[in-house]
Structures are given as structure tokens and as C-alpha cells.
Design a protein around this ligand. Structure first.
Ligand SMILES: [Zn+2]
Length: 434
């Protein structure tokens, strides 16, 4: 197969020749790049070519909430967003806290996945924060779990967190923490600040996130293990992570697309009205100053990666009153567009920087072989073709996800995923699922 007329990381026009799922040659684009024999030619039309995107934080909802998403629809959504691998969070029903459940998710991924599916294992049994789950058995299972998280809940017990960090060292695993001090966020509905005060909604203080991150950085350093901080949302968290990195500690961090673009005043006043639960998310949308700090941190490497926290919910769980609505947003099909808007259009990142933060480094944190590799001869043909020159209105009815809870409906965002290739096999062509 030949993928012609693409710009690797936005560079010169080239043609990629692919055989048996591997890039075998890269040559300057030219009229001579025509198919020999029965070769398939896909014309990239000058699109930017990125290594296939890798998400470290996806909620696929299967098993248990197939009304919100399934492995099939979630990975279709991922492919449409340019992803070739996702990590499936453990807060399913049953919880992915045993070798049996992670192998079930891994098998569903092999059978129905439009991208690679890597199950995340729970840190504690039932996400209940009382006893450690079978971390070693999940690591040794067919799913070869390396990322462990109670995401949705915080491992707030310091002794359990310490033991988990110690345990995963044996197999080079990482604990991905959802940093939320539970007592400080009881009944919390939105960011604690000027807007929550005006609206009379229970606030979610930045310190509830920052206190856990500071504690966990210290614990990770103490036991010499790997910590990953999920969905960093405050300027203060950035400062703590910057300090931990300056010490040489093994701490990585992610930011979501929505925390790079949206702010808490949308709860009070937005194009879709006040108190619209489409903006209800955990951690909450913060202030403009936080957004600016997160963008700067992603640009300078303090925050390592973008992760979607794709959190599908059915209509009945979102279109209800603010206090009762579920927290979360879908994100796979708009992530690259939002990153272009927040980071590329602002001059903070170029396409090489985007590839690092959305493919290369997330694959490295998850210890994935065969993903996140630079596009060069010998590399697996995991490729995302992206046209940054167009602007289109976000249309949730076109999503492959089973859920529609996007905060971007009706917004105009830059760029379009043209095609996605998983080991040389197209999963999306001309923006449509194959
Ligand atoms: Zn979370």
C-alpha cells in the first residue's frame, strides 16, 4: 500500500510505502508515486501525518454500562479521533480488579476493537480503597496490565497508596492517581471560586487536588516508584509537579483537552444556558488563570501528555438537573481539534510537539511496544492523517460514540482527522469508519 502526499509532523510532502503493517520506505512525493500491481494508493492530499494517537485515559464502559459505550463503539470513536490505542479505565461493572476481568476487556478489544485496547487494572478491590487488588496477577495476565488506577475515585489512604507504588515496581507498572481528597470535596458540584459563590453551588477547592498530588509525589519519591497524575486541572498542581520533576522524581502527568479550553464561568453563562450539566465534569472546569497555567505546563513539558478522560454517559444521566447529573464528557472525537485550537493555533506547540504529547509519551508511560513510534522505515504503520486547514462545526450526531455528551456541540473547531491506520490497515478513510 502507498499513502501518498502527506507531511510527516507537518514537514515536506512524502509518500509512505507500507507492507505487512510496517512502513518500508519514505520517499519525496512525486508524480511517479503510482501503484505497482495490486497496490492500494491512499492520497493524503497534503495532510499532516502523525504517529497513531495513544490515549492513557479512556472509559469504554464495557462490561456493565453498554448503554453508554461498548468496546466496539468506544474504539470506533477512538479511530475517528485518530487514535490507534486506548487504555480502558477500570471503573466498569464488574470492576476490572482481577486477571479475569482485565482479560475479558482485552479479549473484547482483540475481537471488536478498531484500535488496540489496553485494560487499566484497579488499584483496590472494587475501587473501595480498603485492600489492594491482585496487581501482580493482572500484570501477569494475557492483558499484561502496566497501568493501575482507581480513577473515578482517589486512593486516599496513604498506606494503601504506598503499598501500591511499592508493589508495581516489580513489573515496571505505574499508579495513575485520580487526585481528589474526598473529605474536602464532599457534595462538591463545581470549582470553588467566584462563580460557585455567586451561584451558591458547593465548591470543589483546588487544594483538594493539590494536597493529594503533593503527598503522592513524596510517596513515589520515598519508595522510588512511578506515579502518573491523571487530569491535572489547577495552576497549583502544575507548580507541585514542576517541583517534583526538578527533584528528578519519576512523576508524569496528563491534562484533558477540556481543561485546556473551557472555564468554570460556563456553568453560569454559556451558549447552552446556565447550569447546563454538559459542563459538569470531574475534576471541574477551573478558571482562565488555571487554563493558562495548564497550557504553559503542557508546552514546557511539566505536564507530559494529553489524555481524553473520554467519559460517555447516556442522555438520561446528563440531561437532568445540575445536582443529579453524571460527571464527564466524551472526548475522543474532538481531542486533536481542541489541542490544535488551544496549543497549535496559539503557537505553543508544533506538530512534533503534539505527536510527543498525544502518541510517543503516552505509549511510553503505558509501556506499549509497537505504539507511539516515529514514522520512519521499520516502524509499525500506526498513522493518523490530519488536515489542520479546515474549520468545522462539531456535530455530535456524527459521532461513532454511543453517547453524545460533548461540550463542543455547535462550536467551530479547527482540523479534521482524514484517515487512521492501525498496523497498515485503514480504520478510518476520508473521515469515515472503514
Ligand atoms: Zn478521574
Amino acid at each position: 500500500m502507498i499513502v501518498s502526499n502527506v507531511r510527516i509532523l507537518g514537514g515536506e510532502l512524502v509518500d509512505l510505502r507500507i507492507s505487512d503493517g510496517v512502513i518500508i520506505a519514505i520517499t519525496p512525493a512525486g508524480p511517479e508515486a503510482t501503484a505497482a500491481g495490486d497496490e492500494l494508493v491512499v492520497d493524503g492530499g497534503g495532510a499532516v501525518a502523525l504517529p497513531g494517537l495513544v490515549d492513557l485515559h479512556t472509559h469504554l464502559r464495557e462490561p456493565g454500562r453498554e448503554d453508554a459505550e461498548t468496546v466496539q463503539t468506544g474504539t470506533q470513536s477512538a479511530a475517528r479521533g485518530g487514535y490507534t490505542a486506548v487504555h480502558a479505565m477500570a471503573n466498569t461493572s464488574p470492576v476490572a480488579d482481577t486477571a479475569g476481568v482485565v482479560e475479558q476487556v482485552w479479549r473484547l478489544g482483540r475481537e471488536f476493537g478498531h484500535c488496540d485496547v489496553h485494560p487499566v487494572g484497579a488499584v483496590t478491590v472494587g475501587l473501595e480503597g480498603r485492600q489492594l487488588a491482585e496487581l501482580g496477577a493482572m500484570a501477569d495476565s494475557a492483558a499484561r496490565v502496566r497501568v493501575f488506577s482507581d480513577d473515578g475515585r482517589c486512593v486516599d489512604d496513604a498506606v494503601l497508596m504506598r503499598r501500591a507504588l511499592e508493589y508495581v515496581k516489580a513489573f515496571d507498572g505505574v499508579i495513575a492517581q485520580h487526585a481528589q481528597e474526598p473529605r474536602l470535596t464532599e457534595g462538591a458540584m463545581m470549582n470553588e471560586g467566584v462563580v460557585s459563590g455567586r451561584l451558591g453551588l458547593t465548591g470543589w477547592p483546588a487544594v483538594a487536588e493539590e494536597a493529594i498530588i503533593a503527598r503522592d509525589c513524596l510517596l513515589a519519591a520515598h519508595v522510588g516508584s512511578r506515579l502518573h497524575v491523571c487530569h491535572v486541572s489547577t495552576a497549583g498542581s502544575v507548580e507541585i509537579i514542576r517541583w517534583a520533576k526538578s527533584k528528578g522524581w519519576n512523576v508524569t502527568a496528563e491534562v484533558t483537552p477540556h481543561h485546556l479550553l473551557l472555564t468554570d464561568d460556563l456553568v453560569e453563562d454559556s451558549p447552552v444556558g446556565a447550569y447546563n450539566p454538559i459542563y459538569k465534569v470531574n475534576p471541574p472546569l477551573r478558571t482562565r488563570a488555571d487554563v493558562e497555567a495548564l497550557r504553559a505546563a503542557l508546552a514546557d513539558g511539566t505536564i507530559d501528555i494529553v489524555a481524553t478522560d473520554h467519559a460517555p454517559h447516556p442522555v438520561e444521566d446528563k440531561e437532568t438537573e445540575w445536582s443529579a447529573a453524571a460527571m464527564g464528557m466524551v472526548g475522543l472525537e474532538t481531542a486533536l481539534n481542541v489541542v490544535q485550537e488551544a496549543m497549535v493555533e496559539t503557537g505553543l506547540l508544533d506538530w512534533a510537539g503534539v505527536a510527543q504529547r498525544m502518541s510517543v509519551v503516552p505509549a511510553r508511560i503505558g509501556r506499549l511496544a509497537g505504539q507511539g513510534q516515529p514514522l520512519e522505515p521499520g516502524a509499525p504503520a500506526n498513522i493518523t492523517l490530519y488536515d489542520p486547514s479546515v474549520r468545522t462545526e462539531v456535530d455530535p450526531s456524527a459521532f461513532a460514540s454511543k453517547s453524545r455528551n460533548t461540550p463542543y456541540e455547535g462550536m467551530t473547531l479547527p482540523g479534521r482527522v482524514v484517515a487512521t491506520f492501525l498496523r497498515g490497515r485503514p480504520t478510518v478513510l476520508e473521515g469515515k469508519l472503514v
